[in-house]
Design a protein around this ligand. Structure first.
Ligand code: SF4
Length: 312
């Protein structure tokens, strides 16, 4: 069973048949690399132990809101021990729940939220955790990401999980395929088309961790990334090795920008004034620490009086 929030038509609206073929061609490699990387590098947390039940996954998702995984791990096992099922939460007082959650912080808000969630499941879902995306999204305090995590990790249903880290990987790997500002549903549809039916839990975890540890927002570690050979961002930006910083590469855009700027005798401050792009951003582009948006390239090109393609 596969879940999607908008159906395949939405993907087809956003991507032409040719581009869908492109995604299809890279799919097997993408899955295999993420799974292989995840096997070696996946972060270990107690809720990631195989065989966790939907309830145990739901509690993990609830604890992980507005805190770090390290903090959530401090209370997870004890909490499950004290409240091993939904009924135990319904039977507990807010004080008891808050006390069990004190090490993770915001304990009163969390106690209230968990109580509301358990009450809703008892009153509306007959005390069961639904194995259906839309009914799970309706549970107070969950949302689409958590609902998908519970389905994949708790129920073993092959479903794609997308957070900002996964979105970033997809935006970069399929940069040449996606529209300039892809709507969120398009990322979800793209993720749906990539998720494998087997090992989807390990694949989802691998992808989440790859985004957090390697495909970082600033300074992605492309040289260590298993997706580099199929990544549009990498092939666009791969440039010269920086002598002083082994392992780091200057981007092509960064190199070109600096060359054009220096040839025209324009300093960083002047270019910032002319283009409206901050000096720090220009420095980051030139040093390969960030990849500029098309709009930014346009502003810089206009300020330097060259065609934007001269900088790409
Ligand atoms: S090669 Fe770089 S940009 Fe592409 S997915 Fe890997 S870390 Fe991200």
């Amino acid at each position: 069973m596969k879940y999607s929030s908008k159906g395949n038509s939405a993907l087809k609206e956003g991507l032409t048949a040719h581009l869908l073929d492109d995604v299809h061609n890279r799919r097997e490699r993408f899955r295999a690399e993420v799974l292989q990387w995840g096997q070696k590098h996946m972060r270990q947390y107690p809720w990631r132990t195989p065989g966790r039940t939907p309830y145990e996954t739901l509690i993990a998702e609830t604890l992980l809101k507005r805190t770090t995984a390290t903090a959530a791990a401090r209370v997870y096992e004890d909490f499950l021990h004290r409240f091993p099922h939904l009924q135990a939460i319904n039977d507990a007082s807010k004080e008891e729940l808050a006390q069990a959650l004190s090490k993770v912080g915001l304990q009163w808000q969390r106690a209230k939220a968990i109580k509301a969630l358990a009450h809703y499941l008892r009153e509306v879902q007959g005390g069961e955790i639904p194995s259906d995306l839309h009914r799970l999204i309706d549970v107070p305090g969950l949302g689409e990401y958590s609902a998908r995590a519970i389905l994949s990790f708790g129920f073993g249903i092959p479903i794609a999980i997308v957070d900002t880290n996964v979105e970033r990987i997809l935006a970069r790997v399929f940069q040449n395929v996606l529209p300039q500002k892809p709507p969120q549903y398009l990322f979800q549809e793209l993720a749906n088309s990539l998720v494998p039916s087997k090992s989807h839990g390990k694949y989802n975890l691998g992808l989440l961790d790859l985004g957090a540890l390697i495909c970082r927002y600033i300074d992605p570690l492309c040289e260590e990334c298993p997706l580099a050979s199929i990544c549009d961002y990498y092939s666009r930006n791969r440039g010269r090795l920086i002598k002083e910083e082994p392992g780091r590469y200057e981007t092509n855009i960064g190199l070109k920008l600096r060359r054009v700027r220096e040839k025209k005798g324009i300093g960083l401050t002047k270019l910032s004034q002319l283009s409206g792009v901050s000096k720090l951003t220009i420095i980051r582009i030139e040093s390969g620490k960030t990849s500029p948006r098309t709009e930014t390239i346009g502003k810089l090109a206009a300020a330097l009086e060259v065609e934007p393609d001269r900088l790409r």
